[in-house]
Design a protein around this ligand. Structure first.
Ligand code: HEM
Length: 572
């Protein structure tokens, strides 16, 4: 009896102690200045999971409140301790002066095992040799020429016909999906020398197996990053859930075709597996990053029409016009050779600004090889990970000023009209130090070429009211995509509804030269269809912003659109 009662007392004592510890931790102020409470046994994981649905915003708030560095404590014995930092001194220390102590590490390789031995996951000797060979390839003039001609060909054969169709049929497209397909086709053609897989075409058929496998890899890797190792390893063993998808994707990627460019990289390692890993690394490096950057960029443009106007003006001023069309309707076209693209400083700054706020690779995760002390005073050791939170870095007021959250391309343009130089420890979107992105220049040229083509021919109308938020993942994708419609522009290079000088607005029917109405401006859709080349008589200062009654030549089928800046206002 005595032993039972003492057992009971002991249980009560243990139970009370647990309650006491929990209450103590629940009500005491967290010892770090952030928001995550450090629980016994579970560490900060419960808090992190509660915030996971808004992990990006949460990290910005947390790092701002923690003086730019935050130590995350994972559950005991799970090896999930991490140091989050956006401190520039720490970044320089990790990426430059002490970079040999910070590697991707064996854990990274395990999580990203489907990528095999490609440059993105390699460390030490293998990485050095891949880096040297890849750099030689990316810097080679012929590779750059091939990349540019492939981009232009895909624009002409894939994107332009599709945009025209969307404009004609007044339908809506998911720009994120579209840019993903565009980059998939161009990257695969450039890297592998394959024929155009035509995942972006006028019929937008189901994406091919290979593209689907790449998408599943992204999801699978994210799942592994946020779940305890034993869980995803167990799932892998029994072939369940995300792990099942990952192993199917892995099998699909094994069928990637051989190609000469990659074969040349490492002549002594000419096996299929090595070629697959190398090609895969390049496709992943170039496809999702560019597609993500372009998607966020066009969304930001839709929120900032003045930036669109500035970019169009810069293009018109700096790029020589060339005539295309080959007997068909002429469409505005520009010489987009490197020499002229380099003059587009404001566009360059706008793309950087979009990638500052929405970096395609939102975090960099590294493992310390040996114990180390960072300039901020935080200690790190091999049992933990260091995470440079790139998304938060671009939004820190302490680093970018009070207007850090504002999309402001002007911050990249110097007084003399050049590009403002910013150290990579501050603008980290292309990584820094010995592992900095090899394709930065190429990516900027590709993106500028795409933007010039789109902005000079189309008025991208982002569907209003859709929810825009980033999805957690190794690449910053929009969770629900980006739905948009395309209105064509006239060959003048200006939106049809914005010709001439601003003037009063009017609603009414637009008759063509013979007096037949062609459309109703100011109606609910605020557009008028001009189905064929037409001479329009505009009888009074109207929504077209013509200063007086005028004849207007609309050289190709188009939609006239009421500019947003001129709301429903009757002509007097
Ligand atoms: C907007 C476009 C791009 C962005 C934002 C970007 C960003 C990055 C980042 C952050 C890394 C470091 C990844 C890591 O170590 O975790 C990286 C590495 C790399 N990128 Fe890019 N990238 C872009 C486009 C490209 C393109 C088009 C290419 C192809 C030519 C490319 C080739 C590479 C390669 C080969 C590496 C590996 C470098 C190494 O580990 O030594 N990137 N990129």
């Amino acid at each position: 009896m005595a032993s039972i009662s003492s057992l009971g007392e002991a249980s009560i004592a243990i139970f009370s102690s647990i309650i006491f510890i929990l209450c103590f931790h629940l009500f005491k102020k967290p010892h770090n200045k952030g928001f995550l409470r450090n629980w016994p046994v579970l560490g900060m994981l419960p808090g992190l999971l509660m915030e996971f649905h808004r992990i990006y915003d949460f990290s910005v708030e947390n790092l701002e409140a923690s003086n730019l560095t935050f130590a995350f404590k994972g559950p005991w014995y799970f090896g999930m301790d991490m140091l989050f930092t956006v401190d520039q001194e720490n970044i320089r220390h990790i990426m430059n002066s002490h970079s040999s102590n910070y590697t991707k590490g064996p854990d990274f390789k395990e999580v990203f095992d489907v990528l095999g031995d490609g440059i993105l996951t390699a460390d030490s000797k293998l990485w050095k040799s891949l880096r040297k060979a890849s750099k030689a390839m990316v810097d080679h003039q012929r590779f750059q020429k091939l990349s540019m001609s492939t981009t232009r060909r895909k624009l002409n054969d894939g994107l332009v016909p599709l945009f025209n169709k969307i404009a004609e049929e007044e339908t809506v497209v998911d720009l994120q999906d579209l840019f993903g397909r565009f980059m998939f086709d161009t990257t695969l053609m450039t890297v592998s020398g394959c024929d155009d897989p035509r995942s972006l075409s006028i019929d937008m058929s189901e994406v091919d197996e290979f593209a689907k496998a790449l998408n599943n890899i992204g999801e699978g890797i994210m799942y592994r990053l946020v779940n305890p190792k034993f869980l995803w390893k167990l799932q892998r063993r029994i072939g369940f859930g995300q792990e099942k998808k990952l192993s199917k994707a892995d099998a699909t990627l094994n069928q990637i075709s051989r190609c000469n460019q990659v074969r040349a990289l490492e002549p002594e390692r000419n096996d299929d597996k090595f070629l697959r890993d190398t090609m895969l690394a390049f496709i992943l490096a170039g496809r999702d990053t560019n597609a993500s950057a372009l998607t966020w960029f066009f969304w930001l443009l839709s929120e900032n029409p003045q930036v669109v106007a500035n970019i169009r003006q810069e293009i018109n001023t700096n790029l020589p016009r060339i005539t295309t069309g080959g007997g068909g309707p002429e469409r505005p076209s520009y010489d987009v050779s490197m020499e002229f693209l380099n003059k587009l400083v404001y566009l360059h700054g706008s793309l950087y600004e979009a990638m500052r706020l929405y970096p395609p690779v939102p975090f960099e995760r590294l493992s310390p090889v040996k114990q180390d002390k960072l300039p901020s005073g935080h200690e790190v050791d091999p049992s933990m990970k260091v995470l440079i939170f790139v998304y938060a870095l671009g939004r820190m007021k302490a680093i970018w000023g009070d207007d850090a959250l504002k999309f402001k391309p002007e911050r990249w343009v110097s007084m003399t009209g050049g590009l403002v130089e910013v150290p990579s420890s501050k603008f980290f979107s292309f990584n820094a130090g010995p592992r900095a992105c090899l394709g930065k220049k190429l990516a900027m040229t590709q993106m500028k070429t795409v933007v010039v083509e789109i902005l000079q021919n189309y008025d991208v109308q982002v569907v209003e009211g859709q929810k825009i938020e980033p999805a957690p993942g190794p690449i910053l994708r929009m969770k629900h995509g980006l739905r948009a419609a395309e209105d064509m522009l006239t060959s003048s290079g200006y939106p049809a509804g914005q010709l001439g000088v601003p003037c009063r607005t009017a609603r009414g029917t637009l008759p063509d030269s013979s007096g037949h109405p062609v459309g109703q401006l100011g109606a609910s859709r605020r557009t008028a269809r001009v189905p064929e080349p037409t001479l329009l008589w505009v009888p009074e200062p109207t929504l077209l912003r013509v200063p007086e009654p005028t004849l207007l030549w609309v050289p190709e089928p188009t939609l006239l659109r009421v500019p947003e800046a001129f709301p429903h206002e009757e002509a007097s």
